[in-house]
Design a protein around this ligand. Structure first.
Ligand code: F6R
Length: 600
């Protein structure tokens, strides 16, 4: 949610900031702004809309070799030019960009700023006004910044400019990610290394509640008490080609196409000696000790968790519960005696999941994060991490991260099964090879799948997905994908559940997409399809070869029954993509959303 950048060096900062913001647009894209400092002071440019809109508003005449920038996903105050960052205090001496939410901003305003007229509806303006006030009262900028940070409750990543201290960007973070990038004669600030790969691959990670003084040739990390902290930089191992769209019209399509390669990469990454799948012994030991696993996740990752439960229970024989992160922390169920928590999160930054992690750590329970982003908050704060190795996922709608989550959960389950002396009955490496080929076959059938999207979804306002067993969980994911990028109202249901109420919504022509990949319920789901067809539904059956019948709309190549979700989700991803495309929707940046949801 929201992305911030900063540059201090010799060059004009505008283009570096704008390019950085373009790379961070996945974090929010309802308004954006930059502030540029030169000898005449600080100039702020901001605009409602995308970075492309901001570009149009930035004047080429103003240059400055220090600057900060922001791309916003609104939390406090609607998307508008007025609420876009950067924000300034009343005297315009201080300029700030902020990612996060200040929970006690009302109290701070009441207690310290009752006489200050606010220019925006944001919590962010409170921070910059507070700093301005403390400086007016006689504090240095650093002291004022530190005092404001100590008063603030909530999450933040902040970059601050002081018009009277030209050579410095003041930086701090709490719960929101922030990095400082190092260069020769310049330094940069970014929410994500991707934003500044154009100028450096050397980054220093910042920790919560530190103040960082960034100058063009130095970076000083301090505790809030002012003590110096030494921290070595790391090299960001992201390939520029991973973050470029190349010849693809959309990141989503590129990421859908990458899935066969991602499957092979994951298998390689988890193969140890003799090409055997391995998981760190300490993770296996922790799983062995646990009497119940609790999977915590949100959105698509929650849907992956539902399938992860099937894998862990069926392969490894460990009881599992799956919970929506935003509910769990505030309504914790009765826990087993020796629980272990598994957090599934593409970004590793989801605030809803993090609040659960913080609570269960307080209770002393072990935790494992399965994430695509090494060094992310959920990875750093959990006891153990398993990486997805999916490469950066930039489209807001998650595709390759979802299948990567399933693959890593399958590997975890299979290796745990072996550690527990349970016979799997199949070779997962071999079966995953078959899955990779089957996914490839699906992405090679784009024309056929586009036709399905056209035939079933071009004019509809709603759509239902039905399935049984694991197909039900894949249907939930198919529905989420469709609604988030095409804005068609879509819901996933267990095939047998529709007749208990929802069938009332079926009208002449209502699209119902059914998955039929599970042998034991193949006849049942087909019965459910007949029930809705009898009431006028326009039914599409996606079946697995071997279970298919004449008239099925699309037949998937056969794979091991447990691994069918990895393949059956691909046509659903493509159907959503094409449905959104046919409706002229912004596929990669759907309305109201952001990729990394760092607010609760
Ligand atoms: C949907 C989607 C979201 C995320 C959810 C959790 O396509 O991407 O539903 O899955 O916001 O995000 P992560 O996985 O980063 O914790």
């Amino acid at each position: 949610m929201c992305g911030i950048v900063g540059y201090i060096g010799e060059k004009d900062s505008k283009e570096i900031l704008l390019k950085g913001l373009e790379r961070l647009e996945y974090r929010g894209y309802d308004s954006a702004g930059i502030a540029v400092r030169n000898s005449e002071g600080i100039t702020v440019f901001k605009e409602k809309g995308r970075i492309a809109d901001l570009r149009g508003a930035v004047s080429g005449d103003v240059t400055g070799n220090t600057g900060i920038g922001h791309t916003r996903w609104a939390t406090h105050g609607k998307p508008s030019k007025m609420n876009a960052h950067p924000h300034q205090n009343t005297s315009d001496r201080f300029t700030i960009v902020h990612n996060g939410v200040i929970e006690n901003y009302h109290h701070l305003q009441r207690d310290y700023l009752a006489d200050v007229a606010m220019e925006s509806d944001t919590d962010t303006e409170i921070i910059v006004q507070l700093i301005g006030k403390f400086v007016e009262e006689g504090q240095t900028t650093q002291e004022a910044f530190s005092k404001a940070l100590q008063l603030m409750k909530g999450s933040y990543a902040i970059a601050l400019l002081d018009a009277e201290e030209a050579q410095t960007i003041f930086v701090a973070k709490n719960k929101s990610p922030l990095l400082v990038g190092l260069g020769e004669g310049f330094n940069v600030v970014a929410s994500d290394a991707m934003a500044m790969l154009q100028v450096t691959d050397q980054f220093v990670e910042l920790m919560d509640k530190e103040i960082v003084i960034v100058r063009k040739d130095s970076v000083d990390i301090l505790t809030l008490a002012g003590e110096k902290v030494e921290r070595a930089p790391f090299t960001a191992e992201i390939d520029m080609s991973d973050i470029d769209k190349g010849t693809y019209p959309h990141y989503m399509l590129k990421e859908i196409d990458e899935q066969p390669a991602v499957m092979r990469k994951i298998i390689q990454a988890y193969q140890g000696e003799n090409e055997k799948l391995t998981i760190k012994p300490e993770i296996l030991d922790a799983l062995q000790t646990a009497d119940r696993l609790y999977i915590i996740a949100a959105g698509t990752s929650f849907h992956a968790g539902l399938i992860g439960k099937e894998y862990l229970e069926k392969m490894a024989g460990i009881p599992v519960e799956v919970h929506v992160a935003s509910e769990f922390g505030y309504n914790m169920p009765l826990l087993s005696e020796r629980p272990m928590f598994i957090f599934i999160s593409q970004s590793g930054e989801t605030a809803d999941s993090r609040q659960v992690l913080v609570r269960i750590k307080e209770l002393g329970f072990p935790s494992l994060t399965i994430t695509n982003v090494s060094g992310s908050t959920l990875s750093r704060e959990a006891d153990y991490t398993l990486l997805l190795h999916a490469g950066p996922e930039i489209a807001v709608a998650s595709t390759k991260a979802y299948t990567a989550q399933l693959a890593v959960l399958a590997i975890l389950s299979a290796v745990s099964a072996e550690a527990r002396g349970r016979e799997l009955g199949f070779d997962l490496v071999q079966e995953m090879g078959i899955v990779a080929n089957a996914i490839q076959a699906q992405v090679d059938m784009k024309e056929e799948i586009e036709q399905l999207a056209h035939d079933y979804l071009s004019t509809t306002r709603n759509c239902f997905f039905i399935g049984r067993l694991m197909d039900y969980f894949v249907g939930l994911e198919g529905a989420l994908k469709l609604k988030e990028i095409s804005y068609i109202q879509a819901e996933g249901f267990a095939g047998g559940e529709l007749k208990h109420g929802t069938i009332a919504l079926i009208e002449e022509g209502t699209p119902v997409i059914a998955l039929a990949t599970q042998e034991s319920v193949n006849l049942n789901i087909r019965g459910n399809v007949k029930e809705v067809a009898a009431r006028g539904a326009n039914t599409m059956i996606i079946s697995m070869k071997g279970l298919n019948e004449d008239g099925d709309s699309h037949v998937l190549p056969p794979v091991h029954e447990l691994l069918t979700p990895l393949v059956s989700v691909i046509p659903l991803q493509l159907i959503s993509y094409y449905a959104a495309l046919h409706r002229d929707c912004d596929v990669d940046k759907p309305r109201n959303l952001a990729k990394s949801v760092t607010v609760e």
